[in-house]
Write a protein that binds this ligand. Structure first.
Ligand SMILES: *Cc1c(COP(=O)(O)O)cnc(C)c1O
Length: 352
């Protein structure tokens, strides 16, 4: 079978999704399935929906559109605050979007009226990670402005931590979001459908807290696909961590020195390379490179070492493995590796 390819075990993804839904559901927290890490794959989206997930979130219009056009029956959430010039497509293809700028919500409102739809928004609140979000002190004024807009429904508030700043979603942060939700609900006499506390990094807080407060939603990508939480990248008990395997093929295998010979100048990346002398080694060259996948996101499944890479190749020290031309080599992927492989048109997707 052709390589490079990524093998995707849909049964393992379904198992992880169902188990996370049950776990978080035990304290009243529903989950949104985030599909950006798998490039809005309709096969995976379908698996998530069949596992009981009703809202799918993606950060690309093209991915949401692909899932819709494949007939996936879910509510779609735009997970990147809309690019202002794409406001019309966001209204057209997404049912919900996260937002932090009133001017953008006004633009969404204009198109919602034009298309005669109600577009739901979740206002993102900054709680210290310094990514997307309005300052908590601006929340009430912002709610006041957006609730006046035609075609817009304030469906919730949310926050995103452990992303830009690596800030832990802890009892204090979640308590803060809960109290903001209560304040907004009381002051404006409304019920927020989503109080979205975070992402795969919220597992540790969830398992340790006595009371989840008003938090009723998480947006999950990595823990569904890779079976781990994301503060320490510890596997979550009972989940599969091997739903995805990347397979590449040996295209050259020869005994060569481990240190290049000749006058050293810049390498392909513009660096002056340094090499560890391992003596004569079996150097195997694989037919996959940076144009296909983020190589730093790969871990070999066998005892070989990645020595180098270019746009087209990965070079490995085969060590005790007798790699021959045409042999397949397997890798596990971290989230960025997964995202890059799923996005690459040259990596074949094999669903099983
Ligand atoms: C990507 C993303 C998520 C999902 O994060 P995971 O760590 O993969 O669970 C959640 N929320 C926002 C805003 C995101 O951009």
């Amino acid at each position: 079978m052709t390589t490079p390819r990524i093998e995707i075990d849909l049964a393992k993804i379904a198992h992880n999704a169902k188990n996370l839904k049950r776990l978080y559901g035990s304290k009243g927290i529903d989950i949104i399935g985030v599909t950006k890490g798998v490039c809005g794959s309709p096969d995976i989206a379908d698996t998530l929906v069949k596992s009981g997930i009703c809202v799918l979130a993606d950060s690309r219009i093209s991915n949401i559109r692909r899932m819709r056009e494949a007939g996936i029956e879910a509510e779609f959430l735009m997970l990147r605050t809309p690019i202002p010039s794409q406001a019309e497509s966001v209204v057209k293809y997404a049912d919900i979007s996260i937002n932090s700028e009133v001017s953008v919500v006004k633009s969404l409102s204009k198109f919602a009226v034009e298309y005669n739809v109600t577009h739901k928004i979740i206002l993102m609140v900054e709680l210290g990670d310094l990514g997307v979000g309005l300052m908590p002190s601006d929340l009430e004024d912002t709610v006041e402005e957006v609730t006046d807009l035609k075609g817009i429904e304030l469906a919730g508030i949310g926050t995103n931590l452990a992303c830009q700043g690596g800030i832990k979603p802890d009892e204090e942060k979640m308590g803060h979001l809960s109290s903001l939700a209560r304040e907004v609900e009381e002051k404006f006499d409304l019920t927020l459908e989503f109080v979205s506390g975070g992402n795969s990094a919220n597992y540790t807080w969830f398992t340790s807290t006595e009371d989840v407060g008003r938090i009723n939603n998480f947006r999950l990508g990595e823990s569904i696909y890779l079976g781990c939480e994301t503060l320490y990248r510890t596997p979550i008990p009972g989940l599969f961590t091997d739903a995805f395997t990347l397979v590449a093929e040996v295209i050259e295998s020869k005994i060569k020195p481990s240190v290049p010979y000749g006058e050293v100048c810049q390498d392909v990346s513009g660096n002056i390379p340094a090499f560890q002398d391992r003596g004569q080694i079996r150097r195997a060259i694989l037919g996959i490179g940076l144009q296909d996948v983020l190589v730093s996101g790969l871990t070999p499944g066998s005892d070989i070492d990645i020595l180098g890479m270019s746009s087209d190749y990965i070079i490995v020290d085969a060590k005790q493995t007798d790699l021959k031309v045409g042999d397949e080599v397997e890798f596990s992927l971290n989230y960025r590796g997964l995202l890059s492989a799923m996005t690459s048109p040259d990596v074949m997707k094999k669903y099983e």
